[in-house]
Design a binder for this molecule. Structure first.
Ligand SMILES: Cc1ncc(COP(=O)(O)O)c(C=O)c1O
Length: 391
């Protein structure tokens, strides 16, 4: 079946964080490749199911029943060869909520929580907003590829880190952690008795030559200290339907997490969440395979275009995700210079590097999950306004 990824669908007027916010603050002429959702419709099977549910007309309380757990189990098995018993799966609306609740429940104020930077800030902010100490272990850019500085990480772990927040694959730098890296991270967590919270929200976009390994799969010992956060949100463009599957192998950790959910009044999913997940996880493999091909085409296009028209920029090779992390320091070390070029002159919106922490300064993140024509227009705009353009 052919899917219509080329179709341009305006999101203005849908309360879109990416588009309506921008229209309000900067005007209708902007193109946005910022917030990490897709400007592509969810799979037809999901849309049809939601239409049928919308037409039902009674939007009373719902719950997660056996079919939800079965769909998640089958997905984890098919996507990551991870066989989990039903009891390990805990529904939580959003991953950021789950991360915050874990921090609240498993640490005390003033405790240390480690993360690799630059990083998607809401996860890091879950630490500081809860008055815990954010311990940053900066990733090192070595020959164009970001790597964990394990020496630095171990030094930081010695500060009494209680939780390691792992973004797997990593947003924004696009790394897919190798088995060897995951083993070293896990070994440090065992040595320093830290809990591992692995945020695998981008795990369904892994590029050729790379493999997503769920850290909890490495060994029983590691599983017993892992909380793995999965979600169909990025994969099928369902972010606002709010459904995440938190997988917790250890019984007592899981019971404490469930208690944290109850304590904050989170129990049942919204009316549309479970039907959307079930359709996505059971009837959309073809769609996802086509989407991956389409996004690959977008990445190839964007890299070639940048190389040809803005050769001073460096695209960090993405190993996973639909996000491109681009080194723009040749244009300006300071973000204000990049903003003048991209936002004010080119009328384009991207995620600027400092929104991923100070290490991101001089970089931009481009979200390529858009129809090809939109991506082309956006890149042409920034090339036309490129400050280093040869006359
Ligand atoms: C790494 C990462 N974690 C979590 C989220 C958000 O997840 P949720 O909407 O389920 O809170 C995002 C969204 O961009 C993300 O990139």
């Amino acid at each position: 079946m052919e899917f219509q990824f080329d179709e341009v669908v305006s999101r203005i007027g849908t309360n879109s964080a990416k588009w309506d916010g921008l229209v309000e603050s900067m005007g209708k002429d902007m193109i946005s490749l910022s917030v990490a959702d897709m400007d592509l419709k969810a799979p037809p099977a999901v849309v049809e199911k939601l239409e049928a549910f919308a037409k039902h007309g009674i939007y009373g309380y719902t719950d997660a029943f056996a079919s939800y757990y079965k769909a998640v189990q089958a997905w984890l098995d098919r996507a990551y060869q991870w066989q989990v018993p039903q009891e390990w799966i805990v529904f939580c609306p959003r991953i950021i909520q789950a991360v915050s609740l874990v921090i609240q429940k498993f640490t005390a104020e003033g405790d240390a929580v480690l993360i690799h930077t630059p990083v998607y800030q809401p996860v890091a902010k879950a630490v500081t907003l809860n008055n815990r100490i954010l311990v940053e272990s900066p990733l090192q850019l070595v020959s164009g590829r970001y790597e964990i500085d394990f020496e630095n990480m171990e030094l930081r772990m010695q500060q009494g880190v209680k939780i390691v927040l792992l973004i797997s694959p990593h947003n924004p730098v696009g790394r897919v952690w190798t088995r060897a890296e995951l083993e070293r991270i896990a070994a440090l967590c065992i040595k320093y008795d830290a809990l591992i919270v692995s945020d695998d929200i981008h795990a369904d976009f892994i590029h050729e030559g790379h493999e997503h390994i769920i850290i909890a799969k490495l060994s029983e010992e590691i599983a017993q200290r892992s909380i793995v956060c999965t979600s169909p949100g990025k994969t099928f463009n369902l972010a606002s339907l709010e459904i995440a599957n938190i997988v917790i192998p250890n019984d007592s950790i899981r019971e404490r997490f469930k208690q944290a959910l109850q304590q904050s009044g989170i129990h049942n999913p919204t009316f549309f969440a479970v039907p959307a997940l079930e359709a996505a996880y059971t009837a959309c493999d073809d769609w996802l395979a086509s989407l991956r091909e389409y996004l690959k085409g977008n990445i190839v296009y964007a890299k070639a275009f940048i190389q040809e028209h803005m050769p001073e920029l460096t695209v960090i090779e993405p190993e996973g995700t639909y996000l491109l992390w681009v080194d723009c320091r040749a244009v300006s070390q300071e973000e204000s210079g990049l903003k003048r070029w991209i936002e004010q002159t080119a009328r384009m919106s991207v995620s600027f590097g400092s929104s991923f922490g100070p290490e991101g300064e001089g970089f931009i993140r481009i979200n390529v999950a858009a129809p090809r024509s939109v991506l082309q227009d956006a890149l042409k705009r920034i090339a036309a306004a490129y400050p280093l353009k040869k006359a």
